[in-house]
Design a protein around this ligand. Structure first.
Ligand code: GTP
Ligand code: MG
Length: 138
């Protein structure tokens, strides 16, 4: 079993869709073993998306991620990292497969509802950025 890090982004909280997204996550067999609703600071968002800091959309991305509350989560399951990426769908919702979270709920590539770690190394780092061990119960 494996753990991945997830964020329900501000477009999800704004539209009151956190339960609907969680239902898709749980239906896919992923267990939500840690969950917290927070307002990200600019510094936190900049650190989290550091790898994208040279991209033209970086400013917009940080602005969006701090525009409202987010739900940070630890998801657990068999091949959780790859499985969640599959359930999320393509970064651009217009290219996302039918039944994925982004195809179902997202309105643009910027406001694409969810984040999921893209590797085991990043999952570990990202979980550690937002969770203490005592706040995860598998
Ligand atoms: P994350 O799980 O959020 O990391 O998404 P991803 O791995 O599918 O995409 P990637 O890591 O390449 O990009 C990170 C995030 O930057 C995306 O989820 C989008 O929110 C945002 N992003 C990517 N491309 C664009 C773009 O062209 N414009 C804007 N505004 N945002 C973008
Ligand atoms: Mg990414």
């Amino acid at each position: 079993t494996e753990r991945t890090f997830s964020i329900l982004k501000p477009d999800a909280t704004k539209r009151n869709l956190t339960g609907a997204v969680n239902a898709v996550i749980e239906k896919a067999g992923l267990r939500i073993v840690g969950q917290r609703r927070i307002q990200m600071s600019k510094a936190q968002a900049e650190k989290f998306y550091e790898v994208h800091n040279a991209r033209p959309f970086f400013g917009e991305l940080v602005e969006f991620m701090t525009s409202g509350p987010v739900v940070v989560q630890v998801l657990e399951g068999e091949n959780a990292i790859a499985k969640y990426r599959e359930v999320m769908g393509a970064t651009n919702p217009a290219q996302a497969a039918e039944g994925t979270i982004r195809k179902t709920f997202s309105e643009s590539v910027g406001e694409n509802t969810v984040h999921g770690s893209d590797s085991a190394e990043n999952a570990k780092l990202e979980i550690a950025q937002f969770f203490q061990d005592a706040d995860i119960a598998g």
